[in-house]
Design a protein around this ligand. Sequence first.
Ligand code: R1X
Length: 241
Amino acid sequence: MYLPILQVSAEDLPEYAIVCGDPRRAEAISRRLTDARELAFAREYRTFVGKYDGVQLAVVSHGVGSPGAAVCFEELIRGGVKTLIRAGTAGSYSADYPAGSLIVSTAAVRAEGLTHQLVPAGYPAVADSAVTEALFASALESEGVVKKGITVTLDVFFSGVVDIPHRQYKEAGVLAVEMEIAALYVVAALRGARAGAILALDGYADTDLAGEYDPHTDVVAKAIEREIDAALKAVVKLASN
Ligand code: R1X
């Protein structure tokens, strides 16, 4: 089967995939693999395959935002991928979790549009528990802050004139905000795949705490390295069970 948007053949895809927004990060992750091979670079979707610790996996970029990312997740699952792990970035809601911390997302608030065109309101966007535990255990092996909990998926990055209820999310214990996890969890659940996500925090989303947005710092780069490590180790843990 040919996947027309990713522009890869299903026959080339393994059962595990690490997905991330940035095509350059996909390339960086692929450098951690043995026998790495680039299958395609179509639009924002850059696909590599290779092995980590003997386990075959794909590394694929999905771009920014749920609709485009969902296209990637759908095609990967159609192509035979059964476990998807997002290694992404997010803004923090809490001074306890500053830039450089890692968050494992157990579930996502569906504050975006895409999943509402897939399933009714009230349907949960929830991570697979085995994937979550593998990610959390792997992340704890690194040095630095790691927390697991609820995140929120928005469509908007630069705000307009509509108030986003950041304060309520924060008071309700939401840890971080990003733009693709709800799509990942809902698409995976609908199509019979399992999914999880780990996030490197790159600043504050909360307006009380937010300064100038600058995700290009050493602290963030180190956190991204830690989450990549955790995602790769999680794949190995899951494959060995
Ligand atoms: O998920 C969010 C989006 O993909 C996090 O980073 C991007 C925006 O900078």
